[in-house]
Design a protein around this ligand. Sequence first.
Ligand code: UDX
Length: 445
Amino acid sequence: MNISVIGVGYVGLVSGVCFSELGNKVICVDKDITKIEMLKRGEVPIYEPGLKELIDKNVKAGRLSFTNELSESVQASEIIIIAVGTPSLPNGEANLQYIEQAAREIALAINEYKVIMTKSTVPVGTNEKIAQMIYELTEHPFDVVSVPEFLREGSAIKDTLYPDRIIIGTDSKPAEQKAVELHSTLTDQIIVTDIRSAEMIKYASNAFLATKISFINEIANICEKVNADVTLVAKGMGLDKRIGPSFLNAGIGYGGSCFPKDTEALIQIAGNANYEFKLLKSVVEVNKHQRFNVINKLEDLLGNLSSKTIGIWGLAFKPNTDDVRDAPSIEIVETLIKKGCIIKVYDPIAINNFRKVVNHENIVWCDSITDAAIDCHGVCLLTEWNEFKEVDLKNIEKLMKLPVFIDGRNVYAKERIEETGLNYYSIGRPDVNQSHIADFIERVK
Ligand code: UDX
């Protein structure tokens, strides 16, 4: 099939590349000249494992190309995928400016029947509005289909090529046929729904996953008070098939470009329909507080944090991405700076993106894990990168001024910590090496 993908952000670029990998002829379109020029030179504007190799392969095979010319590529395509961003407005609602702009330009370019698929996450009713807008601007036939995207950063290619399910929201048989045909090699689990239900499935799925995370984080906070271990609790819960083991990792809460934005947007969608989504409001509230546990633990141990040096391991909102959008690390570092700390930060790949968001004279930019431990009064691990899992903790302890280690992602087993003298605090698990506390208090003095 000939496909145009409008928007080369995460969803657009990965979808476009994967559809070309499946043998379709794909043109990726974006207004951003810099991004398109980069892609034409073989450079990839986002960090996603395996993406560059797939781009090179499919460009070489003549199945994938990049352009700023929307109208030409729309005319050359039978399917047009809208994958532009829907960032948050200050009140939490989704900003539909880019969607509307894309719809208008598509409408003006249409020359024959087109199937327009929306992959951007949009509030319920948006696809109908898009259809109405296009209808008013063209005499040519078309259908608008909602095909929400569920890919995760870091595993985006696998998620796109091997999805758990494909949702196709449409009330048109010809559009349904085209959409099913396009996705049929990916999975047998293709669910066809009305447009509004498809739009809702995306928000409800993200809200549910966010709920699981806030739920386990609250259980972790209770575990700390009653001396239980949340990792064992999650394991025991997850074996119940009705609950399932995933998204039960307690930590410093969720970040990223989707959960924070989509949970706020669903609260707004409900509010606009005169319904207060109380449960989801609490999920968001719990998530906002969870990240501060790291700072509370530091203060419990070190007292006043002013002029203390704190190492921060990991800035990305999760491993295998350089994305720091809504990453808990941002607020943690900003708060520590306000408290007068010197912060030594290290992340394998997200450091440049972080520097664009938070830059302060109290931040020391480190280029290794050990560097971000030397002379620190405490280290906080905020992203569970593999290289942190493999580090020699005994050596780290030697480099630090005081051996306080806050593991915000429950990365290390108790046995590994017991081999060290680190005073180790994680999330919802019993603290390790409390026997060293007398010695520690002596050193803090
Ligand atoms: C998410 C959805 O998973 C995806 O379906 C949707 O299309 C976009 O949003 P993504 O934001 O890439 O994907 O990351 P994900 O792996 O879902 O993690 C989101 C956040 O939740 C991260 O900050 C992660 O650290 C956190 N998380 C995840 C937990 O704190 N605990 C968990 O058990 C799982």
